[in-house]
Design a protein around this ligand. Structure first.
Ligand code: ADP
Length: 445
């Protein structure tokens, strides 16, 4: 059994992992940059090690410094959280070569899913429906035109190594296509170090629906239903909910089962999320994330499970604590991502927090590293809190979310709380009628 975990992350997710460790009686080692010496994840951990200066390349992405921190602190496992090194196959392999446990999937699976072209081919072969498009990388404009002719316009050109909602370009006409291909490939090369791009059908009004999976080393694979993450701005998620207002029970069971069976065939372990676009009653795979997701608490609230605990169990070679037949979905959960940014201009707003008061009460969960007097540094992601609310049904959940947002006080910074409050009053959102472009349309109005 794992006895001491080094958490290779910061902010709310470092605390989230630390909480699971503590409840399991496992020791914790925090890492931090010099900018994070006062951070809450450092204060709460049993031990902490400074791994470098503020810039992420020198600290939170500094593999050698992190491995050294694990060695000197006597940790026997590393949890990467999300972002940073969580989907870096080289790091996962280095961790194992150092005789430590990587709390996540095998580096082979991280590699397979990290390249969207190999990922798409692998899941397709395992029985998952994919977006129609090229079989592999496309470089030749004539080939791109032939594919566009076959699948129909518009098409989207995507970087094989893309992530974080970046590295995508839409072509609406055949004339656009050549430029889009060239620009996407050049951007991909500078942003992701690989210029490989592929072409797929651009779906115009889909929802983003993803399936949460859990798998152990003993052949057990469980799906935990879906999350609807269609509320996006610039391809980045703002709010997530489970269950999706767009699915009924039989659709949920069907896509969950198809996904579960495919992941079992691939021999995958730990947590993972298969992301789909959903349009006109059909699902189309876009990518698989081989890590814990930001929005995982939504699933925890409706399933009554601790996903980090399950990850640690699997990494200790224990079986999952549940079988598919034990999974029960109860009520409705919504997560609001709260960013330190202006609610209308989206300008980042780092700085010192004045008064801080987080909401509470029945069905309310706040995952955050904020406290009164804390200074949000300018170097990292702008997400400063996640407000997750559970109710017996969607309507109760919305009522509870409104009152929780009203209770939340974060003085000194601009935050996206007013944006969420505005959303709660939009009839389309209240009725569950939204697709991946709805939020941008609303913001333009
Ligand atoms: P990333 O790894 O950058 O998150 P994804 O492949 O998961 O990239 O896509 C992110 C978002 O981009 C999706 O949620 C969706 O909004 C949009 N998108 C991706 N592929 C398509 C497509 N074929 N048609 C329409 N929108 C797409």
């Amino acid at each position: 059994m794992i006895e001491k975990v080094l958490i290779a992350n910061r902010g709310e997710i470092a605390i989230r992992i630390l909480r699971a460790c503590r409840e399991m009686g496992i020791g914790t080692v925090a890492i931090h940059s010099t900018a994070d010496a006062d951070a809450m994840h450092v204060r709460l951990a049993d031990e902490s090690v400074c791994v470098g200066p503020p810039q992420v390349l020198d600290s939170y992405l500094n593999k050698n410094a992190i491995l050294t921190a694990a060695t000197i602190s006597g940790a026997d496992a590393i949890h990467p959280g999300y972002g940073f090194l969580s989907e870096n196959a080289d790091f996962a392999q280095m961790v194992e070569e150092h005789g430590l446990v990587f709390i996540g999937p095998s580096f082979e699976h991280i590699n397979m899913m990290g390249d969207k072209i190999t990922a798409k081919a692998a899941v397709k072969a395992a029985g998952i429906p994919v977006v129609p498009g090229s079989e592999g990388a496309v470089t030749d404009p004539a080939e791109a035109r032939a594919i566009a002719k076959e699948i129909g316009l518009p098409v989207i050109i995507k970087a094989a190594a893309g992530g974080g909602g970046r590295g995508m370009r839409v072509a609406k006409t055949m004339d656009d296509l050549e430029d889009a291909l060239r620009i996407a490939s050049t951007e991909a090369a500078t942003m992701f170090g690989s210029g490989a791009v592929y072409v797929e059908k651009y779906l115009e009004t889909p929802r983003h629906i993803e399936i949460q999976l859990l798998a152990d080393n003993h052949g057990n694979v469980v799906h935990l239903g879906e999350r609807d993450c269609s509320l996006q701005r610039r391809n980045q998620k703002i709010l997530e909910e489970s269950p999706s207002p767009a699915l009924n029970d039989s659709q949920r069971t069907e896509i969950g089962e198809v996904t579960r069976a495919a992941i079992q065939k691939l021999g995958y372990r730990s947590v993972g999320t298969v992301e789909y676009l959903y349009e006109d009653g059909k699902f189309f795979f876009i990518e698989m994330n081989t890590r814990l997701q930001v929005e995982h608490p939504v699933t925890e609230m409706v399933c009554g499970l601790d996903l980090v605990r399950e990850m640690i169990r699997v990494a200790s070679d224990l079986p999952l604590s549940i079988k598919q037949s034990d999974v029960r979905f109860s009520g409705h959960a919504i997560e609001c991502r709260i960013n330190a940014e202006h609610p209308e201009t989206f300008m980042p707003s780092p700085g010192k927090v004045g008064l801080y008061h987080s909401p509470g009460g029945l069905g309310v969960r706040v995952d955050s590293a904020l406290y009164s007097g804390y200074t949000v540094p300018p170097y990292y992601d702008s997400m400063i809190a996640k407000l997750i609310v559970h109710g017996t049904n969607r309507n109760e959940c919305l009522m509870r979310l409104r009152r929780a947002l009203d209770e939340y006080v974060i003085d000194g910074l601009d935050t996206s709380i007013p944006l969420h409050q505005r959303l709660m009053e939009e009839p389309d959102f209240v009725n569950g009628n939204y697709d991946i472009h709805w939020l941008e349309r609303m913001l333009d109005l």
